[in-house]
Each structure stands twice: as structure tokens, then as C-alpha cells.
Design a protein around this ligand. Structure first.
Ligand code: NAD
Ligand code: UFG
Length: 340
């Protein structure tokens, strides 16, 4: 397995995964319509790796354009990151989310099949567990009720991919359920580049730290957790990227269908995250307690043992490296990727 099609490769997790792919001797072909990214991220990946990465600015829903890319390159496997991902926006624009995430994945599966490539890694999410029945969450934990269209697309696409694999066992499908990716490449050259007001905790913290926003709102301090604030399993994006490289090895072993949690197994509260950021980076993050955010759950962290046992992968970075590298990226790029 040598050449990997990376959909959504200009995005946050995709760009970090490109670095790890090249570090491990793979080549990539990137397709992305740049709806939530900037091609400067790919230039930065090229700077880090020294590689020249073929890039096609296309929409994955564009069957003809995708076909042309697959005619041109012999692809061994696909890592499918492309998709819209903002939970709140998905509630306001459900059709756009269903249309984009579902149709792009259907088109991709069809075109991969037409080009005789039946190996795919799909970006799923801990959101498919809903309000989890088991903590720490194992892959056996039943899927739960998703509270928003974004989560629904992840859950439904898991089912679609499972059915495709069941109908044709030549397919190898790895579903990776990400917990909360944060951090950035230690070079500070690539990182998370949210549009507008960040939805997620860490980019909000770094924007307060850099002076772009006055204070952080902590969404609720009355949850049944040790300090009352929400607990999550934060994972360094470089570890997550390496998880994809490990999953490629499973594909080459003809794994059939495999599902893995991608987390560290450690839960941190919002207040612990603020404290870690301040302690490691020496910057105060002003905050105030706000009401709970609709749809949030109290606690979400995983048991990552299956990925360790079967993929030989486990997260290596701790919370200190995560907050350090998040800040390093933000302070080196206060406006994100500004050049084309
Ligand atoms: P991102 O928005 O940075 O990257 C997604 C990329 O896909 C973007 O570059 C965007 O331009 C591209 N894209 C979207 N629709 C497209 C289409 N129709 N055709 C071509 N390109 C398209 O997001 P990310 O954080 O890197 O997430 C990558 C994947 O992981 C997504 O599928 C996301 O849902 C999933 N995921 C992310 C998180 C997280 O917290 N970041 C958690 C769980 C799952
Ligand atoms: N939080 C705040 N203030 C903020 C932002 C977040 O207090 O400004 C809190 C949230 O209430 C939560 C924690 O910080 O307790 C983490 O929130 P994030 O928005 O960073 O992450 P979520 O766990 O809510 O969401 C993430 C992904 C989603 C995915 C979900 C479920 O962003 O895509 O995990 O796995 F659906």
C-alpha cells in the first residue's frame, strides 16, 4: 500500500495526517474543495515534509472530477476526512449537512469501487455514542441518539460503510471514532484554523489568550463531574494522525470491518484545561460561567485498548504537549493561514 487518496486533506486533521503519511513513506493525493480550509496548509505540509503533494481543488460530490483524479492516479487506499463538521451550524442548516456529508461519501464509494480500490478509513466521531451508556467508552458501547444533523451523518455513514463491506467482503473499512482532537504540529506551521467564532474549547482558549476575544464562557458548572464542568478525552492531533497510519496497516492485513476509538483514555474538565493552559504557557485565560450549551453531555472519554492491541497504536502526547502546541500554533499564526 503506497498511494493514499486523502479527501479533506487541506483541513485540520487531514493536513497533520499528510505529514505523518510522508514521514512513514506513503505518498498522498489530496482532494478538497477548500470550503473550510486554505491551500496554504498544503504548502506548509510541503515545507515540513519536503514532498510535492498532488492537490485537486474539487468537490467530492463531483463524480466526474473525482473520476478524473482516480483515472490519473493509482490509489491503494482512501482516508476520507472531507465533510462539514460544525454541530451548531448543522442544526441551522440540516440539508446542507446531509447533502454534503452523505452525497460526498456515496460518490466517493462509487468512484473508489469503479477504480477497484476497496480500502477506506472513515473519520467518525465519539458523537455516535450519544450520551454513552458505558464510561470509559469501549467500541462495544451501543451507539446512542445523536442530538444534531452532523452527528446523524456520522452515524448513518458508519451504517452505509458497514453495509457496503457486508455486501462485498473485498472491502476493508476502518471506522475511526475520534474523541476531542486539539494541539498542532510542534513546528507551529500547521494547526486548527476555525472560521469566525470557534465552537470548540481549545481554539476559543487560544483566541482569548492571543487577545482576539475578551473571555471564555464555560458552559455549565453543575454537571455531575468532579468540578461541575464537562469532561472530555482530548487527543493531540499528531497522535490522531499517527492513528490513521496505524489503521492503514490494518487495511493491508485485509481487516474487513474494524472500528476503533481514537482517544487517550483520560478525561479532563473544562477548568482543568484552562488550568493546564495557564500553567504550561504562563498566560491567564479570563473566563466566566455560562449556562449549559444545548446538546452537551457531562462526561465523554474512551477506553483506547482495542486500538493498542490490534493496531499497536496509542497516544503518546499528554495534556501539557497539547496545550503547548495549541498555543505555539496560535501565537505564531494569530490570524491563521493568511496567505494563499
Ligand atoms: P476540517 O473542516 O478542518 O477539514 C475537513 C475538510 O473537508 C476541509 O478542508 C473542507 O474544505 C473539506 N470538505 C468539506 N466538504 C467537502 C466536499 N464536499 N468536497 C471536498 N472537500 C470538502 O475538519 P477536521 O477537524 O480536519 O475534520 C476532519 C474530519 O474528521 C471531518 O469529517 C470531521 O467531521 C471529523 N471529525 C472531526 C472532529 C474534530 O473535533 N475536529 C471530531 C470528530 C470527527
Ligand atoms: N466548552 C466551553 N466553552 C466553549 C466551548 C466548549 O465550556 O466555548 C466546553 C463544552 O461545554 C464541553 C467541552 O468544553 O464540555 C468541550 O467542548 P468542544 O466543543 O470542544 O467539544 P465537544 O466535546 O462538545 O464536541 C466534540 C466535537 C464534535 C463531536 C463531539 C462529540 O467538536 O464534532 O465532540 O464527540 F460531535
Amino acid at each position: 500500500m503506497k498511494t493514499i487518496l486523502v479527501t479533506g486533506g487541506a483541513g485540520y486533521i487531514g493536513s497533520h495526517t499528510l505529514v505523518e503519511l510522508y514521514n512513514s513513506g506513503y505518498n498522498a493525493v489530496v482532494v478538497d474543495n477548500l470550503v473550510n480550509s486554505n491551500k496554504e496548509s498544503l504548502h506548509r505540509v510541503e515545507q515540513i515534509t519536503g514532498a510535492k503533494i498532488p492537490f485537486y481543488e474539487i468537490d467530492v460530490r463531483d463524480s466526474k472530477a473525482l473520476c478524473d483524479v482516480l483515472d490519473k492516479h493509482q490509489i491503494d487506499a482512501c482516508i476520507h476526512f472531507a465533510g462539514l463538521k460544525a454541530v451548531g451550524e448543522s442544526v441551522e442548516m440540516p440539508l446542507e449537512y446531509y447533502q454534503n456529508n452523505m452525497v460526498s461519501t456515496f460518490t466517493l464509494i462509487e468512484q473508489l469501487m469503479n477504480h477497484n480500490c476497496k480500502n477506506i478509513i472513515f473519520s467518525s466521531s465519539a458523537t455516535v455514542y450519544g450520551n454513552p451508556e458505558i464510561i470509559p467508552i469501549t467500541e462495544e458501547c451501543p451507539k446512542g441518539k445523536c442530538t444534531n444533523p452532523y452527528g446523524q451523518t456520522k452515524s448513518m455513514l458508519e451504517e452505509v460503510l458497514m453495509d457496503v463491506q457486508k455486501a462485498d467482503t473485498a472491502w476493508n473499512v476502518v471506522l475511526l471514532r475520534y474523541f476531542n482532537p486539539i494541539g498542532a504540529h510542534p513546528s507551529g506551521l500547521i494547526g486548527e484554523n476555525p472560521n469566525g467564532i470557534p465552537n470548540n474549547l481549545m481554539p476559543y482558549i487560544t483566541q482569548v489568550a492571543v487577545g482576539k476575544r475578551p473571555e471564555l464562557g464555560v458552559f455549565g458548572n453543575d454537571y455531575p463531574t468532579p468540578d461541575g464542568t464537562g469532561v472530555r478525552d482530548y487527543i493531540h492531533v499528531v497522535d490522531l494522525a499517527r492513528g490513521h497510519v496505524a489503521a492503514l496497516k490494518a487495511l493491508s492485513r485485509n481487516c474487513g470491518l474494524s472500528i476503533y476509538n481514537m482517544g487517550t483514555g483520560n478525561g479532563y474538565s473544562v477548568l482543568q484545561m484552562i488550568d493546564a493552559f495557564t500553567r504550561v504557557n504562563g498566560i491567564l485565560v479570563p473566563y466566566s460561567i455560562k449556562p449549559r450549551r444545548a446538546g452537551d453531555i457531562a462526561t465523554c472519554y474512551c477506553n483506547p485498548a482495542k486500538a493498542k492491541a490490534e493496531l499497536g497504536w496509542e497516544a503518546e502526547y499528554g495534556i501539557e504537549e497539547m496545550v503547548r502546541d495549541s498555543w505555539n500554533w496560535q501565537r505564531s499564526n494569530p490570524e491563521g493561514y493568511t496567505t494563499e
